[in-house]
Design a protein around this ligand. Structure first.
Ligand code: ADP
Ligand code: ASP
Ligand code: MG
Length: 582
């Protein structure tokens, strides 16, 4: 099995050798010709979704090394997609000659800053300090979210356009313009440079307002237009952050990820085509890295092969960060957020939650899949194949270590690592008259659910008496699923073979996460006891398919109390690893 970290170390060494032997332009060309750009290592320890691993669209657009130079990418339609490309004097104000080649000896890091980290001018100042400190130690690509709350406003604008409300649309864009301009006024001191960023802000805001007005006229907000509108937040924040970095002497360039992340056309939840994305990143970002220029890339967005803008799903800038990391074969990806890394539970729900220093990819993936907002569920997909470590750190306390996620996680005795709660679920129970009928009922129920289609939130469970099956589905699809099951089981219900088919709408999942949870020990019993002491009933429970999680289904109103009680029982506050097993 090849060692991913060694592979990367070799590539870093090659990068520095290239730099010392060639000028930066030639180094870039050589690097690209020589296959210096990394490909996923075959030895990935975990399976990933197929579209990520292998699917490629029929190659309408190929980006070759020769296209590596500046702000455009060739497209099949012949139209170039340009990025926010500032004149050198704006974004490279204090570049010291000779500084350019120095950076290629350094490790490569991708730093993604979330919405609260770029929420206003004072937050952006902190980002700048972090980046300024980092550029001394590493080559850097920065990925930014929209300012906190901005994407919600843009989604609201699209909804108002759908409802034909001109005034509401105009008010939202005016508010967004004002918010970004206020930040620009604080961050950029020179009149000329401030005017440039203000012009950019105004152009973006006008673009959004126009998209909404056109949609009102057409009486239709298509998924494609929704993506174009909701992606504007990152297209506002990236140039703002880049301008602020330039103001503080960091050579940088704002780049729209529509130039870099090539996706399928599932608007609102697009998947990247990694081979094409890798080619675009190599062509567009590598030359900047070799010149010591920090790319400030928009999170959340991408574009299809034809260049149609897409979004990767709400909260997906984490994923954008790791896509960049994988595409460039970075040495590390760091997600900067508003908490001290991954905690033993959501600190908004469990006040005593503590930071977890190390975690495995699998633990972090489980945590994200099962509802922890700190990581987008797809965040780990890109990194796991290449063994690239992920760190989660606090923009507002950069001196704290945060969390490190690697393939192995902590070498210390594993056990319960964290708890997570997720409350947008519904529980459907099917009760058979005879226990012997339940396997067949389950088989038919699963086929019906797959045809809807609905993805179960938990593995189906039999009751202790084996006559009842519990199925947990997303709230939004509960009624549709129940309807489909009623149809499937109409005659079974009529003849009494099925005694009951019931829906409990407002349930929550409380999940215990940790590698090697399953050994001797009575963790389930202890949690059940702790919950019953708080008079919380467990409606169903289930072992996760990866065997690194165990979920209790409770009423939604009990979720917070259940998390607090389980957290206390497992003593997660005092230590980052309880050492308990199931
Ligand atoms: P960003 O905008 O930086 O991406 P998010 O708001 O998406 O930040 O995610 C960070 C938030 O995730 C935290 O403020 C916290 O409330 C929430 N969260 C949920 N579960 C956890 C957890 N286990 N550890 C840390 N934060 C968590
Ligand atoms: N701005 C996007 C959202 O709010 C993506 C992100 O911030 O992660 O969903
Ligand atoms: Mg987030």
């Amino acid at each position: 099995m090849s060692d991913p970290s060694r592979g990367r170390a070799e590539r870093v060494e090659l990068r520095s050798k290239l730099n010392s032997e060639f000028g930066s332009e030639r180094a870039a060309a050589y690097a690209q010709q020589s296959g210096f750009s990394a490909r996923p290592l075959e030895s990935g320890a975990h399976a990933v979704e197929s579209s990520f691993a292998s699917a490629e669209p029929l190659g309408k657009r190929r980006v070759h090394a020769s296209a590596a130079s500046h702000a455009t990418n060739p497209r099949s339609d012949g139209n170039a997609r340009t990025s926010e490309f500032y004149p050198a004097h704006v974004l490279h104000p204090r570049v010291i000659h000779g500084q350019l080649h120095e950076s290629v000896k350094k490790p490569l890091r991708v730093m993604k800053f979330g919405g609260t980290s770029v929420g206003d001018a004072s937050c952006i100042q902190r980002v700048i300090e972090i980046v300024r400190a980092a550029v001394h130690e590493c080559d850097l690509v920065v990925v930014v979210s929209a300012m906190s709350g901005v994407t919600n406003k843009l989604v609201e604008a699209a909804n108002q356009a759908d409802a034909g409300n001109h005034e509401s649309v105009a008010a939202i864009f005016e508010e967004l313009r004002e918010r970004h301009e206020t930040a620009a006024n604080v961050l950029i001191s020179s009149h000329e440079k401030r005017q440039m960023i203000v012009d950019t802000i105004q152009a973006r805001v006008q673009e959004g307002a126009r998209l909404c007005e056109d949609a009102i006229l057409r009486r239709d907000v298509s998924a494609q237009v929704r993506d174009a509108i909701s992606g504007l937040g990152e297209r506002l924040s990236a140039p703002l952050v880049a301008a602020a970095l330039a103001e503080r002497g960091v050579p940088c360039e704002a780049i729209e990820a529509t130039e870099l992340v090539v996706t399928d056309s599932r608007h609102g939840a697009a998947e990247p085509f990694m081979d094409l994305t890798r080619e675009c990143c190599e062509a567009r970002l590598r030359p900047l890295l070799l010149r010591g220029i920090v790319a400030v890339v928009t999170g959340f967005i991408g574009a299809t092969v034809e260049g149609v803008p897409t979004t990767l799903g709400r909260n997906s800038s984490d994923f954008s960060g790791t896509i960049m990391g994988a595409a460039l074969d970075a040495d590390e990806v760091i997600l900067w957020t508003d908490v001290d890394g991954i905690l033993t539970a959501d600190p908004r729900l469990v006040p005593g939650a503590s930071s977890i220093l190390e975690m495995s990819y699998r633990e972090a993936s489980d945590l994200a899949d099962l509802g922890a907002k700190v990581l987008h569920p797809k965040t780990m997909h890109a990194l796991m194949l290449q063994g690239i470590p992920l760190a989660i750190r606090n923009t507002f306390a950069p001196e704290r270590p945060g969390s490190k996620i690697t393939s192995d996680g902590s070498s210390r005795g594993a056990g319960v690592r964290a708890l997570t709660g997720s409350n947008d679920a519904a529980l459907i129970t099917v009760r058979a008259a005879k226990v012997s009928d339940t396997p067949n009922i389950l088989r038919r129920a699963l086929a019906t659910i797959a045809a809807v289609p609905v993805e179960l939130r938990l593995a189906p469970q039999y009751s202790a008496a084996q006559d009842e099956i519990s199925l947990v589905v997303p709230s939004a699809l509960a009624a549709t699923t129940l309807h489909a099951l009623r149809k499937e089981f109409t005659s079974d219900l009529a003849c009494g073979m099925i005694r009951a088919l019931a829906l409990e709408s407002d349930v929550a999942l409380v999940t215990v996460i940790g590698d090697k949870l399953f050994g001797a020990g009575g963790l389930v019993g202890r949690i059940l006891h702790a919950l019953s002491c708080e008079s919380i009933s467990v409606l169903a429970r289930s072992q996760g398919s990866s065997r690194s999680s165990f979920t209790f289904v409770v009423a939604q109103r009990d979720m917070k109390a259940a998390l607090v009680a389980a957290h206390r029982e497992l003593q997660l506050t005092a230590s980052t690893v309880s050492g308990l097993s199931l």
